[in-house]
Design a protein around this ligand. Structure first.
Ligand SMILES: Nc1ncnc2c1ncn2[C@@H]1O[C@H](COP(=O)(O)OP(=O)(O)O)[C@@H](O)[C@H]1O
Ligand SMILES: [Mg+2]
Length: 98
């Protein structure tokens, strides 16, 4: 059975990225298959996994309706994958519904 854990806080520099990185490592060492999703335009988690400049990102999933499977990248760590973030996330404004 899969579980989803979201690490979010509006304040920067409080340990969000570090927490995700090490939780992924701990869960994978326990035998879990871990998918991490970087939703921060700073892309620091993507960078830790060597995918800071990915061509397909969570931005394309959210804005361009790219299937998320197409944005998943392997990492150097066994059983840890990442959907990288994009710097474009900081520029996006949703289209008005009115
Ligand atoms: N438990 C901790 N103890 C000491 N320093 C930490 C700890 N967790 C994170 N840091 C450091 O604090 C800084 C900010 O952490 P980071 O995970 O990048 O925060 P965020 O993702 O919330 O911006 C980094 O330099 C990181 O290495
Ligand atoms: Mg961060």
């Amino acid at each position: 059975m899969s579980k989803i854990i979201a690490i979010c806080n509006n304040k920067g520099g409080v340990g969000k990225t570090t927490t995700v990185f090490h939780l992924a490592g701990a869960f994978s060492e326990k035998g879990a298959n871990v998918l991490t999703v970087d939703l921060d335009q700073q892309r620091n988690l993507s960078g830790l996994f060597q995918h800071r400049y990915a061509s397909k990102t969570i931005y394309n999933v959210l804005v361009d309706d790219l299937p998320i499977q197409d944005a998943i990248r392997p990492t150097e760590f066994p059983n840890i994958s990442v959907v990288p973030a994009s710097a474009d996330l900081k520029n996006h404004r949703p289209r008005s519904r009115w």
